[in-house]
Each structure stands twice: as structure tokens, then as C-alpha cells.
Design a protein around this ligand. Structure first.
Ligand code: SAM
Length: 282
């Protein structure tokens, strides 16, 4: 079924008696080349379990089903389930789960469906909840090979930003702790219905098999990033000493040990430098 065709989408939805739900970030793809490109590029291993978040009526799901061994798609909107039952009927490697991804025990899900296969995530994410979903995936403890998501182009630029640039933020520093991030391609607003106000982009995160950095005190490492960016216009010394039980002298001496000036702002530190700083302070 041509699931990126506007009249097909409209008739499937009207037959099911539903309309687009803005609160679920429903912007469906209407350019069939985009789901093909996302599915082609989301992992290098055909024998994978792919977890899809928010299948909608299934346009990306069917492309994933054609390329990968098994697909588990998690959709929050109950109204879309009868449509997915119909559009996915011919794919026996697809399982649809009606739930909020933020409530799904991903470890248990992988245990149930992966059967030893590598696991990747692939999704055209609802924009209202992009960062929480990314953090939920990264902190789930599941060893994903890759996470490929379509998100707002502006957010994508933040995820791939270099330290010291205006786009660099806490999410960038945290993501670089888990893996490497690449922006694959941009997608214009006109490729969706209803069209969002902004363009999108597809990013792929390749997770490190073994952690590249192992901070002695992970909580401190995360807090340093958090507070450095919460008060990004302050110097790192002022931002950290205001929130954590370290004196300015202690922080200055740690920065000196790293060869960094005491006037530096947190937004200039790479993930590796945040790890080093937390190791010295702890
Ligand atoms: N995959 C389809 C496509 O590319 O056309 C739809 C993508 S649309 C941007 C986002 C989808 O995520 C919608 O189907 C929406 O109902 C679903 N969704 C929103 N919040 C969700 C959540 N918390 N858990 C699971 N699915 C969610």
C-alpha cells in the first residue's frame, strides 16, 4: 500500500474515524523517498531488531520490515492501531505495541524480541518530546547499536554542535558520552502532512560498544554538565561553585591541572574535559 500518498492517508484515517492529533506530534510523511532513505541508513546490519517509535499509519514501518529481520513499533495513539493492523497485515516480522514509549520497559522488550540480534532504534519522532525520548533510550541500559531519528533541524544542529559554538549544549555533551552523532540529511516541512512550521533533519547516533569515557563519579560528571549549561553565561568556576559543594579555589586548581583558564565557560568544554574535571574534583 502506498502509505505516503495523501489520499490514502486521508481515506485510511476517515474510515477509522480519526483525525490528526496535534498533542501527539502527528506529522505524517507524504514523500515516499524519505522513509526509504531513513530505513536504508539506520543500521548496517540486516539481521537486526528495529524498535520504531510512533509508526503512525506505518510508512516507515513497512520500509523497515522490508530490510530488517524484525520490527517492533510502539504507537501511543489507540486510534491508529486498527489502521496499522491493516497496513502491516502482510508483514509477519512486524509487531505493533499500543503504548507510550516513555512507559515501556525497553530492557524487557529487547529480552522478549531480540533473540541475540543487534538492536537499533529508528523513528520519525514526535517533536514535543524529542529530548526526553532520546534521554530515555540512552539511559535505558539497553545496548543499542544505533539510534536514527528524524527531529527538528534546529535540534539536530544542537546534537552535532562543536564545543564553544552557540548550538553546543548539555544534550550535545551528554550524547557524546554515549556515542558519535551524524546529521544524515535535511527534510523540508513540505514532506509532511500537516506541514510543520520548521524543517527537519535525520540524525544517526552510533553508540559506543564499550564506554569511551568512564568517569569515577558519573553523578558528578552529569551534574557538572547540567549546571555548566544551566548558567551558561557565567564562568564555569562561578556556575559550579554556586551549585556544588566545591570552593572556587578547588575548581580553579582543577582547571589549572587541565591547562584551562579560570575564566572559561562550561560551553567550551568537550565531553572528555567534563569527565576529566569530574575525576579531578572527585
Ligand atoms: N512514523 C510516521 C511517519 O513518519 O509518518 C508518524 C510520525 S509522527 C511525527 C509521530 C508519531 O509518534 C505519531 O504516530 C504519534 O502518535 C506517535 N507518538 C507520539 N508520542 C508518542 C509516545 N510517547 N509514544 C509512542 N508514540 C508516540
Amino acid at each position: 500500500m502506498e502509505l505516503c500518498n495523501l489520499s490514502v492517508i486521508r481515506s485510511l484515517m476517515s474510515e477509522a474515524g480519526i483525525t490528526f492529533r496535534k498533542e501527539f506530534g502527528q506529522n505524517f510523511l507524504i514523500n515516499r523517498l524519505i522513509p526509504e532513505d531513513i530505513a536504508d541508513n539506520c543500521t548496517d546490519c540486516a539481521d537486526s531488531l528495529i524498535i520504531e517509535i510512533g509508526p503512525g499509519i506505518g510508512c516507515l514501518t513497512q520500509e523497515l520490515a522490508l530490510r530488517y529481520k524484525r520490527v517492533v513499533a510502539i504507537e501511543i495513539d489507540r486510534g491508529l492501531i486498527p489502521i496499522l493492523d491493516r497496513t502491516m497485515a502482510e508483514y509477519d516480522n512486524v509487531t505493533v505495541i499500543n503504548d507510550d514509549v516513555m512507559k515501556v520497559d525497553l530492557g524487557a522488550l529487547v529480552e522478549k524480541y531480540a533473540d541475540g540480534m543487534p538492536v537499533s532504534v529508528c523513528a520519525n519522532l514526535p517533536y514535543y518530546i524529542t529530548t526526553p525520548i532520546l534521554m530515555y533510550l540512552l539511559e535505558s541500559g539497553v545496548k543499542f547499536s544505533s539510534i536514527t531519528v528524524m527531529i527538528q533541524n534546529e535540534v539536530a544542529s544542537r546534537l552535532v554542535a562543536k564545543p564553544g559554538s552557540a548550538d553546543y549544549g548539555a544534550i550535545t555533551a551528554v550524547l557524546n558520552y554515549y556515542g558519535t552523532v551524524r546529521k544524515l540529511f535535511k527534510v523540508s516541512a513540505g514532506c509532511f502532512t500537516p506541514a510543520p512550521k520548521v524543517d527537519s533533519a535525520v540524525v544517526r547516533i552510533d553508540l559506543y560498544e564499550k564506554p569511551l569515557y568512564e568517569p569515577k563519579n558519573e553523578k558528578l560528571f552529569r551534574n557538572l554538565i547540567r549546571f555548566a549549561f544551566e548558567m551558561r553565561r557565567k564562568t564555569l568556576v562561578n556556575a559550579i561553585s554556586a551549585k556544588l559543594p566545591y570552593s572556587k579555589e578547588q575548581i580553579i586548581s582543577a582547571l589549572e591541572e587541565m591547562g584551562l583558564p579560570d575564566t572559561i565557560r562550561g560551553e567550551r568544554l568537550s565531553t572528555e574535559e567534563f569527565v576529566k574535571l569530574s575525576d579531578i574534583l572527585s
